[in-house]
Design a binder for this molecule. Structure first.
Ligand code: NAP
Length: 228
């Protein structure tokens, strides 16, 4: 049995990733900050629910403690929760963007490390974004170079760097960052862009189901490795 935790899995790409990993036979914990939304999503999927706000240390600690009590280990962690952080730029907005998109990865990963060490094939997928790629945002041929989302891009650059640093620090655990592809979710609704979450979740699932000889410390989209 593969035990999997997905943060921000009550909707969007996280929800669809949960659906696909359940179909692949995983025991999936749907992490959601709102108990009502999370319980409904988990019930609809046939998954387990765990309350988990990535910006709240106590919530993260309690969520991983619950999984430890129930399962004794964790095989796959998908750090998916994220916010777009659009709108006026100021200190509180920047802190919120980084708290959710970057510090959230640190909180959940640090709390999960002891459980991941109990797995025979531990895997972490950080759902980052090509909007956080220096290569993409400086490339006039790429849509990312036109996006006015400095806080989102900077916090996702941090998410990708955290992936590389965690991979270096923990060679026994695979850490990869993923750009899922432009997806029509609540996050992108204002832009009216993107494909169905099914296709994007497949990119996340591919990295969440790596074998023991899979890569670590990479940044990938559906076509393979992306430049930083
Ligand atoms: P979404 O539908 O808005 O889903 C975001 C999820 O994150 C929701 O479940 C949300 O929960 C959760 N979340 C936000 N803040 C949280 C917190 N503090 N604690 C726990 N959960 C929190 O967006 P999505 O498009 O599926 O995004 C999923 C991931 O893909 C994000 O990391 C995003 O940056 C990344 N991504 C998306 C696209 C795209 O085109 N959509 C492209 C590249 C990367 P609530 O329901 O409670 O708000």
């Amino acid at each position: 049995m593969t035990i999997t935790l997905i943060t921000g899995a009550n909707k969007g790409i996280g929800y669809e990733t949960a659906r696909q990993l359940l179909a692949a036979g995983h025991v999936v914990y749907v992490g959601a900050r709102d108990a009502d939304r999370g319980e409904k999503a988990a019930a609809a999927l046939g998954a387990r629910f765990v309350q988990l706000d990535v910006t709240d240390d106590a919530s993260v600690r309690d969520a991983l403690r619950k999984i430890e009590e129930e399962e004794g280990r964790l095989d796959v962690l998908v750090n998916n929760a994220g916010i777009l952080a659009e709108g006026p730029i100021d200190g509180p907005a920047a802190l919120k963007a980084f708290d959710t998109n970057a510090v959230g990865i640190v909180r959940v990963t640090e709390a999960a490390l002891p459980l991941l060490r109990g797995s025979s094939n531990p895997v972490v997928v950080n759902v980052s974004s090509s909007a956080g790629s220096f290569w993409a945002v400086t490339n006039p041929d790429r849509l990312e170079s036109t996006l006015p989302l400095p806080l989102y891009s900077a916090s996702k650059a941090a998410a990708t760097m955290l992936t590389v640093q965690y991979a270096k620090a923990h060679p026994g655990i695979k850490f990869n960052a993923v750009e899922p592809g432009p997806t029509a979710t609540d996050m992108t609704a204002a832009f009216g862009i993107g494909r169905e979450p099914e296709a994007s979740a497949r990119v996340v699932v591919r990295l969440a189901t790596l074998g023991a000889d899979g890569p670590t410390g990479t940044f990938q989209d559906e076509n393979g490795e992306l430049p930083w």
